[in-house]
Design a protein around this ligand. Structure first.
Ligand SMILES: Nc1nc2c(ncn2[C@@H]2O[C@H](COP(=O)(O)OP(=O)(O)OP(=O)(O)O)[C@@H](O)[C@H]2O)c(=O)[nH]1
Ligand SMILES: [Mg+2]
Length: 287
């Protein structure tokens, strides 16, 4: 049996080649269009605050136009009833985006979404390899103070700080899934490695951080992916993704992170991601 992580890795590499080699030919873009009142194929979008969940949803619905205002923090759960179009095929989906910041509201949103009768069939878990946006000025100061107490406050330190938080958050989700407390109807989970435009030059490191198998020592995130593989029958995937090209402020005073890709290249990323999402949504009876 081919190793699931080898397949995941080679799919990741296909996306990279498509992006580096120009627009992918012959691949039909997936689009999602809002339509009220549909509730089949429930999907949850999870992940830390500022990781890119709301914008990822917008990118998949192609509702971002160049020059649009940037997104803002989502204090509340976002629910969308949509039709996923892929070529001539259509699939209905009910997408719930769960806000990232810790709050009683978020806990409630998670509980209602994951534990209720309508618990999702699929989860898109969004990560950003440490490039989370910190929305509030006061939180930025907190992070700065925490890092300054430990050493240098630079981009790498900020990235590490987010990654530690990200993996702790993912662990809670994985534990709940494995223990069968959450998402009992779950069939698949896709890890969307978002904001790749900000670290395209280090994409291999991000790949080895999120996909088990290659690195001499697997990252704590990759180990959790292995746990999901070993202890559940979920179909799993990890793909790079870019939703929009934005400069990134790590913290006030640090150099900005800039996009290393252009619009045509992000088209290829979205296409691959949409394709994978469509194939996961429409799979029947497991694999
Ligand atoms: N460079 C770049 N920036 C992105 C990308 N996706 C999102 N962003 C930016 O990251 C910030 C956070 O994105 P959101 O989608 O609002 O984050 P969220 O996960 O919904 O955050 P919460 O609502 O707090 O849970 C915004 O400023 C986005 O424009 C991406 O692919 N590349
Ligand atoms: Mg949001």
């Amino acid at each position: 049996m081919p190793d699931v992580w080898e397949n995941t890795r080679s799919r990741w590499e296909s996306v990279r080649h498509a992006v580096d080699g120009g627009p992918a030919a012959g691949v039909v873009a997936a689009t999602l269009h809002g339509r009220p009142g549909l509730s089949v194929n429930p999907i949850a979008v999870t992940g830390e605050a500022g990781v890119g969940k709301s914008v990822l949803y917008d990118a998949l619905t192609q509702s971002i136009r160049t020059g649009d205002h940037d997104s803002s923090r989502s204090p509340d759960i976002e629910k969308h009833a949509t039709v996923l179009r892929f070529g001539s095929r259509r699939t209905r989906a009910a997408v719930t985006v769960i806000p990232g910041q810790l709050s009683t509201q978020r806990e409630k949103a998670l509980q209602d979404t994951m534990r209720g009768d309508a618990s999702p069939h699929g989860i898109v878990h969004v990560v950003a390899w440490g490039h989370n946006r910190i929305w509030q000025r006061a939180s930025q100061r907190d992070v700065h103070a925490a890092l300054a107490a430990d050493g240098d406050v630079d981009q790498e330190a900020v990235r590490n700080w987010h990654r530690r938080k990200e993996v702790a958050d993912f662990r809670l989700l994985v534990d709940e899934i494995i223990e069968g407390q959450a998402a009992q109807r779950l069939r698949w989970l896709i890890v969307a490695v978002s904001k790749c435009d900000l670290y395209w030059d280090r994409l291999d490191e991000a790949r080895d951080y999120y996909i088990p198998g290659q690195a001499p020592r697997e990252s704590p995130f990759a180990l959790l992916m292995r746990d999901l593989e070993n202890e559940t029958s979920l179909r799993l995937s990890v793909l790079p993704m870019v939703s929009r090209l934005m400069r990134h402020q790590y913290l006030p005073g640090l150099p900005l992170g800039t996009s290393q890709l252009d619009d045509a290249q992000i088209g290829a990323l979205r296409t691959y991601f949409g394709q994978e999402l469509h194939s996961f949504i429409t799979q029947r009876n497991g694999h």
